[in-house]
Ligand binder design. Structure first.
Ligand code: VG1
Ligand code: CO
Length: 543
């Protein structure tokens, strides 16, 4: 075994997006492609000699091959130790947990999250820092500039190690410990939630269904829900993790988690339903014939946090991404705690949590989490809801409608236009931006626009500034329309339109969100000239 210096030349476009570098598997399989990125990470993160690196992924196609390459590069670059999940598996929140628990220098997580998997689909990689959270922008920018000038990388000339045998092996001067991917995470969950109360709930006539969408949470759900909480195996669907996620799109929303949605809206529906995504950081929460928007879910968790042992002393503050509805803001106001508005992407929450400013945070995109790790956490959210349900002994629908009665309802929807041509999508955004001055003050269907701008964020902890984080159209009455281009897609552009309006009158809180927001939806498509630019009349996904 010897360290080799391999000559290489840069590839174009290895800039990490909202959540790491995501490309088609075929792109990652090109000679030197993954290696260039990994070396650029190692070159950007400072002196890690003698330290530990955590490696694991969501199990998608190319996960094992990529893991072997990373291990050999970590050895040649001077890491003392790598902790790797058995089979190369770690859910994103479990990786975050393990980085923190074992005080690792950082971690490489292999995932393209909710994007489909398989030889013709997507792969991804991201670097997380020592707090367990996604690398902040300064680090991802340094990684990106490394990829633009890279000329060589270091790799150990060695044969593959076994990823399936728990225990320690040697790779050059570095030790590799293959660990159970679930154990540390399950222990952390036990320390936060009242498992006895949840077990009692689940042994009554209360029934739950969980959909792992053939992705990484399958093995976690088996341990946590089945072994620890006694949920019958039949209630967990699609828990066999597969390299291609069963050909599906492991995005837990009303469109892609159709199997679970059909169960929850069918005859004899269970009381509680939940799904998670490819890498286990997202969650969808459903009641019997009832959908909880992720924005409401965050607000309800904040309002009920003291019912959960891990948060019994109260929460320090909350944070939400800008496009997430203001539902949690109303809770924060009442609790007298701070509420922060950040750009999209989990990396912006890390500083706030490290500084003790926030305990809970969330995004409209089915992501909620807390300072127990530095990633959003799908199963954690499911357990949080189960704990609330166990204490309040009400249905999901009752809890949500009582919440609206107390705090008001933020009607909310997101319309996604996926795989639009990049040129017209950018042109549409530029065109709208050029009309900000004209739009401000204009009236639409009885609503007048107060502000039109691009959202910019100054981090309250390190004062770093992030600009161009979504186009905001804010109305006088508090309604909002937001336009953003996705930073996680791998085909063309995805236009996201986020629409929200607040209703404090209990008598008007029972509408279907699409009906309640119809005027605003019309305004959004009109003022953006969306159909003119994209040729689309209907969104691909409505949430
Ligand atoms: C999407 C979501 C964003 C989330 C990101 C990563 O990004 O909108 O809220 O943080 O995915 O989630 P974008 O740029 O496509 O809108 V995951 O589950 O992929 O780690
Ligand atoms: Co994810």
């Amino acid at each position: 075994m010897s360290n080799q210096i391999q000559k290489t030349i840069p590839f174009e476009g290895q800039r990490p997006g909202t959540s790491g570098l995501r490309k088609k598997v075929k792109v990652f399989q090109q000679a030197h492609y993954l290696e260039n990125f990994v070396q650029s990470v190692f070159d950007a993160i400072g002196d890690f000699s003698g330290s530990t690196l955590v490696v694991g992924g969501d199990g998608r196609f190319y996960n094992r091959e990529a893991t072997q390459i990373i291990l050999k590069m970590a050895a040649a670059n001077g890491f003392a130790k790598v902790l790797v999940g058995q089979g190369g598996i770690l859910s994103t929140p479990a990786a975050s947990c393990i980085i923190r628990k074992y005080k690792a220098y950082g971690g490489l997580i292999l995932s393209a999250s909710h994007n489909p998997a398989g030889p013709d689909e997507d792969f991804g990689i991201k670097y997380n820092i020592s707090n367990g959270g996604p690398a902040p922008e300064a680090v991802t920018e340094a990684i990106f500039s490394g990829t633009e000038t890279i000329s060589e990388y270091k790799i150990l000339d060695a044969s593959d190690i076994s990823l399936d045998d728990i225990g320690t092996q040697q790779l050059g001067d570095m030790s590799v410990e293959v660990i159970n991917p679930v154990t540390d995470y399950a222990e952390l969950m036990q320390s936060l939630f009242d498992f006895d109360a949840i077990r009692t709930l689940l042994s009554s006539d209360f029934r739950m269904a969980f959909d792992a969408m053939h992705a990484v949470t399958g093995p976690y759900a088996k341990v946590v829900f089945e072994d620890m909480l006694g949920v019958p195996a039949d209630n967990n669907i699609n828990c066999e993790a597969k390299e291609d996620f069963g050909g599906g799109h492991p995005d837990p929303n009303l469109t892609y988690a159709k199997e679970l949605v059909d169960i929850m809206y069918g005859d004899n529906a269970p009381d509680f339903g939940a799904a998670s995504d490819g890498d286990g950081d997202r969650n969808m929460i459903l009641g019997k014939h009832f959908f909880v928007t992720p924005s409401d879910s965050l607000a309800i968790m904040a309002a009920n946090a003291t019912l959960v042992p891990g948060y019994a002393d109260g929460i320090a503050g909350v944070a939400r991404s800008m496009p997430t509805s203001a539902a949690v803001d109303h809770v924060a106001k009442k609790l007298g705690i701070d509420c922060y508005e950040t750009p999209t992407g989990w990396k912006f929450f890390g500083n706030l949590m490290d500084a003790g400013k926030v305990t809970l945070c969330g995004e409209e995109s089915f992501g909620t989490g807390s300072d127990h790790v530095r990633e959003k956490d799908g199963l954690w959210a499911v357990l949080f809801w189960l704990n609330i349900l166990a204490v309040r002994k009400q249905s999901v629908a009752q809890i949500v409608t009582e919440h609206w009665a107390e705090f008001g309802r933020s009607y909310y929807t997101r319309h996604d236009y996926e795989a639009v041509d990049t040129g017209p999508a950018n042109a549409m955004m530029d065109d709208l931006r050029s009309r900000y001055d004209k739009l401000a003050g204009a009236n639409f269907a009885g609503r007048s626009i107060k502000v039109c701008d691009d959202f910019a964020y100054t981090d309250p902890v390190d004062q770093s500034v992030s600009t161009g984080q979504g186009m905001r159209i804010l109305f006088e009455d508090g309604a909002r329309i937001i336009f953003r281009l996705s930073g996680t897609g791998t085909e063309g552009a995805t236009i996201r339109i986020y629409i929200e309006s607040y209703e404090s009158d209990t008598a008007k809180q029972g509408m279907d969100a699409q009906d309640a927001l119809r005027d605003l939806i019309g305004i959004a498509t009109d003022i953006s000239h969306l159909t003119q630019y994209t040729g689309r009349y209907k969104p691909t996904v409505i949430t």
